[in-house]
Design a protein around this ligand. Structure first.
Ligand SMILES: Nc1nc2c(ncn2[C@@H]2O[C@H](COP(=O)(O)OP(=O)(O)OP(=O)(O)O)[C@@H](O)[C@H]2O)c(=O)[nH]1
Ligand SMILES: [Mg+2]
Length: 256
């Protein structure tokens, strides 16, 4: 049994000339070899006794599709670039056109988990494009901008839309981004926490600029998806919010 080789995502999501057709990243979003959450570990994509890892680090055991959604300008592209490349895209804001993806392979409890991360355009005119991609998403990171009240107020509408178009067991996490912007902040952390509690979704504040909680957000989602897929019958369910709270406490709430 040879291991799967991770697909390479496109170079950038900030492409003002990119196609709004929704085919960005190759194959119209159907190129990922992800297991449906809850799929049996014997379904052929999981190889617990695998050979050593290739130097490219791109081999993986299981794959999942994660989408970044939220209003235009909340920082979806910057969050992805921070996670993938460890850098912050400073300078003028170039709105994403259509949709695109990048891959990242993470090591979760000795299992290589490939996240195929789809960066969507927040602008209203691309909404129908993104809807088409919701259906086979395993997880969604829903972002608002702590310096933009409208982006926070729109979260209810986003959640309604998400639950209308996604699979029933999709993992949703709410992220209040730009937490570094202390002076411009208009949404308190407690407000984000309250809204997340109301909808029963995990929550954390992030910063693509400083890196705060960026790794943690993706790791938490990858852990949840991996546990769902590979859980032993007698193993307790992975508690996503508990894990997030514990990790934030351990890191003094300022993990980068
Ligand atoms: N201070 C601060 N600025 C950020 C952060 N994340 C993004 N920005 C800025 O916010 C602006 C928008 O960021 P993008 O990542 O392009 O926003 P987006 O959500 O991808 O927007 P669309 O592609 O239009 O949907 C840019 O000017 C970024 O530099 C952050 O964590 N902190
Ligand atoms: Mg963008």
């Amino acid at each position: 049994m040879s291991r799967k080789k991770a697909l390479k995502g496109k170079g950038t999501t900030k492409n003002p000339k990119g196609s709004p057709s929704g085919g960005g990243g190759g194959g119209g979003g159907r190129t990922g070899k992800g297991l449906a959450a809850g799929a049996s570990p014997t379904s052929g994509l999981v190889y617990p006794s695998r050979p050593s890892i290739s130097s490219s680090g791109e081999f993986y055991d299981i794959a999942f599709k994660v989408m970044l959604v939220g209003d235009s300008g909340v920082g979806k592209t910057c969050l992805l670039v921070r996670f993938k490349d460890g850098a912050f895209l400073a300078g003028s804001f170039i709105s994403t056109v259509g949709i695109d993806f990048r891959n990242k392979v993470m090591s979760i409890d000795a299992v290589k988990v490939k996240l195929q991360i789809w960066d969507t355009a927040g602008q209203e005119r691309f909404r129908s494009v993104t809807h088409a991609y919701y259906r086979d998403a395993h997880a969604l990171l829903l972002l608002y901008d702590v310096t933009n009240k409208a982006s926070f107020d729109n979260i209810r509408a986003w959640l309604t839309e998400i639950y209308e178009y996604t699979q029933q067991d999709v993992v949703v996490m709410l992220l209040g981004n730009k937490a570094d912007s202390n002076h411009d902040r208009v949404v308190k952390r407690e407000e984000g926490e309250k809204l997340a509690k109301e909808f029963g979704v995990p929550f954390m504040e992030t910063s693509a600029r400083s890196g705060l909680n960026v790794e943690l957000a993706f790791t938490a989602v990858a852990k949840e998806l991996k546990h769902r897929t590979m859980k032993e019958p007698d193993e307790p369910k992975f508690q996503l919010q508990e894990y997030v709270s514990k990790e934030m406490r351990t890191a003094g709430c300022c993990r980068s």
